[in-house]
Design a protein around this ligand. Structure first.
Ligand code: SF4
Ligand code: SF4
Length: 104
């Protein structure tokens, strides 16, 4: 899922991982915006707020920290995120949704 930044420019904002944590990351998704999909960032490669993969790309965790600070919710950042269960993500294999009354 993505957002329209401006006419002709779309950026990814959610990869549908199945276990959303936006409530504790200031509504910035580390799954789709951090190159390493880190849940306790930033990594050691963040420099001046930019990601090590590309100096034109904002470090997602810098964005998260800045947002939480602005919201006076830095205490959320201090909490360690538990290990994520990726079985609900595409990495867990093909996903499907079925109504309970439908035979699978
Ligand atoms: S944490 Fe998962 S569900 Fe939430 S925005 Fe990111 S990819 Fe989407
Ligand atoms: S620099 Fe930031 S966005 Fe890039 S991989 Fe490290 S934590 Fe993720």
């Amino acid at each position: 899922m993505g957002a329209t930044e401006k006419r002709g420019l779309w950026t990814e904002r959610c990869q549908g991982c199945g276990q959303c944590i936006l409530a504790i990351t200031g509504s910035i998704c580390p799954v789709c915006r951090c190159a390493k999909r880190l849940f306790n960032g930033p990594c050691g490669g963040s420099t001046a707020g930019k990601c090590e993969i590309n100096p034109d790309v904002d470090c997602a965790w810098q964005l998260i920290i800045d947002r939480l600070r602005a919201m006076d919710k830095l205490d959320e950042y201090e909490k360690l995120c538990p290990i994520k269960d990726w079985s609900t993500d595409r990495a867990g294999g093909p996903r499907k949704v079925a109504r309970e009354d439908v035979q699978q």
